[in-house]
Ligand binder design. Structure first.
Ligand code: ZN
Ligand code: ZN
Length: 249
């Protein structure tokens, strides 16, 4: 029962983030009442939304009006395509770090709201059976107290009315953080990192089309591994939506 106690302790550790005055997800200053789920006025431009031209496959902002980024031109993927809302600039990097490692769980509300504002119509056009957050390994969840993508997905699920599935895909390998690795190391690191929860499969046999939810898209190896694994249970129409993405130039 040790892990239950740890989960409870973590919940209480991060609960204040949901109760105390809301902060600007970019600079961390307390927001004026009534401006929740947003940035402060000074930070509006810093949370830079991805604008076209962007890669039609991965959604990465591009310098020229071409269809695909160089990465996507070379790669075959198990997913159809995906989008991301914010450019992963230094401000968003800081924001995501605070969100992931320093208990600013409430920033998820801002991320999910923007994902809905910008890509609500896109989600509707896909009309997925479910949203599936990229899972974290149980060890990391116990340490952090939450799965950051799961929180974003839950809020997005409420906004869109689409079910969120947390118990189909698991991360069975406690991988090294991807940011510490090169491109090819990332792929090895993630190889067979995910698996299907066999007991859940029957529950979700009608699920054929999903959108995978994650906080950051870098090389796409995480989304690819998840998509590939979901293919085992015949989920074939797979898209993704991420909070942030790097530039393709
Ligand atoms: Zn601010
Ligand atoms: Zn691309």
């Amino acid at each position: 029962m040790k892990w239950r106690k740890e989960i409870l302790e973590n919940i209480f550790k991060y609960l204040p983030g949901f109760i105390y005055p809301e902060r600007c997800p970019i600079c961390g200053n307390v927001l004026r009442a009534g401006t929740e789920d947003s940035t402060c006025n000074g930070c509006k431009e810093k949370a830079e939304i991805v604008k076209s031209p962007f890669c039609m496959k991965c959604g990465k902002p591009l310098a020229d009006n071409v269809e695909f980024c160089t990465d996507c031109m070379k790669k075959e993927t198990s997913f159809i395509c995906g989008r991301a809302v914010f450019v992963y600039n230094k401000y968003m990097k800081k924001s995501i770090q605070e969100f992931k490692y320093h208990g600013r769980v409430e920033y998820a509300k801002f991320y999910a709201r923007k994902m809905f504002e910008v890509y609500g119509d896109w989600i509707k056009s896909i009309s997925p059976d479910a949203l599936i957050p990229v899972p974290v390994h149980i060890n990391r969840r116990l340490k952090r107290g939450y799965n950051q993508s799961g929180i974003i997905a839950d809020i997005l699920g409420k906004l869109t009315g689409i079910q969120v599935i947390h118990d189909l895909l698991v991360r069975n390998k406690d991988t090294v953080p991807q940011k510490e690795l090169s491109d090819s190391e990332r792929r090895d690191n993630l190889h067979n990192a995910f698996d299907i929860v066999r007991e859940s499969w029957e529950l979700y046999q009608d699920v054929k089309c999903v959108i995978i939810i994650d906080d950051i898209y870098t090389t796409g190896s995480t989304i690819e591994e998840c998509s590939y694994t979901l293919g085992y249970v015949h989920i074939e129409n797979i898209y993704f939506l991420c909070t942030c993405i790097g530039k393709g130039y």
